[in-house]
Design a protein around this ligand. Structure first.
Ligand SMILES: Cc1cc2nc3c(=O)[nH]c(=O)nc-3n(C[C@H](O)[C@H](O)[C@H](O)COP(=O)(O)OP(=O)(O)OC[C@H]3O[C@@H](n4cnc5c(N)ncnc54)[C@H](O)[C@@H]3O)c2cc1C
Length: 296
C-alpha cells in the first residue's frame, strides 16, 4: 500500500489508522496499532515575506486584473493560441542569495512578480505595483499535524510554529533588507515608486518583526511530516517503508527529512521516481559529479 496524500493528509491517514504518537492517538480515542511518535511531527514550510513597491510606469498586470474586456481578450488568446499574457505564470524571474557567511548554501530565495499578491491573491491590487516574494530556504522552526477528532471528515490541527527560532526571524529580516538592496539598484530607478510594504519607515528589527508576523504568508510548501531517517522520530526507512508496519510505504513530500532549497514540486516528483525504482528493484544509478557554484 502506497500513501501519497501529501504532507497534511498522509500523517492524518496514518494517525486515523492507529499509526502515530500513542499519547496523541489515545487522546482522540484511536486504537493504537503502532506507536510511531514521528508521524505528523517535523512539519516545515516556506514562510514568505512580500516586499512591495508602487510602479511608476503602467507596465504591470494591474490593467489586466481590473479590466474584464482585457481578461476576456487574453483568456481567449491563451485558450485558442496558447499565447499572450496568460500563457505564463509571471513568476519566472527569481534568484537565490546568501545573507551571511554563517550559511554554506544560498539561504534565501526570491521570486519577482509584476503585480501585488494581496490576501493569497484573492484581492485585486488597486494600482500598478510589483513585489518580491522572499523566504528562508531552510527554516529551523518545526510544527506538527495532529488529529482534532477520530472523525475522518474533520480537519486535523495544523501548527506550523513559524518564526519560532531567532535564526528564522533574522533570515526573514534579511529577506526584506536584501530585497530593498536589489530594488535600490539603478536599473529599477525608472520603475520604482513608493515602498508599499513593509513601508520605508519600518527599519529596526522590532518594526520589521511586527510587519513580518502580520503579513508573511505560506508559500504552500508543507512537508516533512513523515520524515525518512534512522532515528526514533523517523517514520519511513530509506526504502520509503513505514517502520513497524509490513507492506506500507509513504511516497510524497511528507517523507523529506528537511525542506529543500526551492519549490517542492520537482523534489516530490523525484521522490516518486526514486520510490518507483526502489519498488521495481532497479539498480541504483551511479552518482554523477557535476561542477556547480559553491559559496566560498
Ligand atoms: C497553491 C499552490 C501553489 C504551488 N506552487 C508551486 C510552484 O509554483 N512550484 C512548485 O515546485 N511547487 C508548488 N507548490 C507545491 C507543490 O504543489 C507541492 O509541494 C507538491 O504538490 C506536494 O506533492 P505531494 O504529492 O506531497 O502532495 P499533493 O500534490 O498535495 O498530492 C496529494 C494528493 O492526495 C490526494 N488526497 C489527499 N487526501 C486523500 C485521501 N484521504 N484519499 C485520497 N486522496 C487523497 C489529494 O487530492 C492530492 O491529489 C504549490 C502548492 C500550492 C498549494
Amino acid at each position: 500500500v502506497l500513501i501519497s496524500c501529501g504532507s497534511i493528509n498522509s500523517p492524518k491517514l496514518l494517525q486515523l489508522s492507529g499509526v502515530g504518537d500513542a499519547k496523541d492517538l489515545q487522546q482522540v480515542g484511536i486504537q493504537v496499532i503502532h506507536n510511531l511518535p514521528g508521524v505528523g511531527k517535523n512539519l516545515q514550510d516556506h514562510l514568505e515575506m512580500y516586499v512591495q513597491h508602487e510602479c511608476k510606469k503602467p507596465v504591470t498586470l494591474y490593467g489586466l486584473f481590473n479590466n474584464p474586456f482585457l481578461k476576456l481578450y487574453y483568456g481567449a488568446q491563451w485558450f485558442l493560441f496558447n499565447k499572450g499574457l496568460l500563457a505564463h505564470s509571471h513568476l519566472e524571474l527569481g534568484g537565490f542569495a546568501r545573507s551571511s557567511t554563517d550559511f554554506d548554501h544560498p539561504n534565501i530565495q526570491f521570486h519577482f512578480f509584476p503585480s501585488l499578491v494581496i490576501n493569497h491573491g484573492l484581492e485585486n491590487p488597486d494600482k500598478h505595483a510589483f513585489q518580491f516574494h522572499a523566504y528562508p530556504n531552510r527554516p529551523t522552526s518545526r510544527g506538527w499535524v495532529k488529529l482534532r477528532t477520530s472523525n475522518p471528515n474533520d480537519m486535523p490541527i495544523i501548527q506550523f510554529n513559524y518564526l519560532e527560532t531567532e535564526g528564522d526571524r533574522q533570515q526573514m529580516r534579511d529577506c526584506v533588507k536584501i530585497s530593498r538592496k536589489i530594488f535600490s539598484q539603478k536599473s529599477f530607478k525608472e520603475y520604482l515608486g513608493k515602498e508599499i510594504s513593509p513601508g520605508i519607515d519600518i527599519q529596526n528589527n522590532d518594526e520589521l518583526d511586527e510587519v513580518i508576523r502580520n503579513t508573511s504568508e505560506t508559500a504552500y510548501h508543507p512537508s516533512c511530516t513523515n520524515m525518512m531517517g534512522i532515528d526514533s522520530m523517523s517514520v519511513v526507512d530509506t526504502d520509503t517503508k513505514v517502520y513497524g508496519i509490513a507492506n506500507l510505504r509513504v511516497v510524497d513530500s511528507s517523507i523529506l527529512p528537511d525542506i529543500v532549497s526551492g519549490n517542492l514540486n520537482a523534489s516530490t516528483v523525484m521522490i516518486a521516481e526514486k520510490a518507483s525504482d526502489i519498488i521495481l528493484g532497479k539498480q541504483e544509478a551511479e552518482p554523477v559529479e557535476i561542477d556547480f557554484y559553491k559559496a566560498a
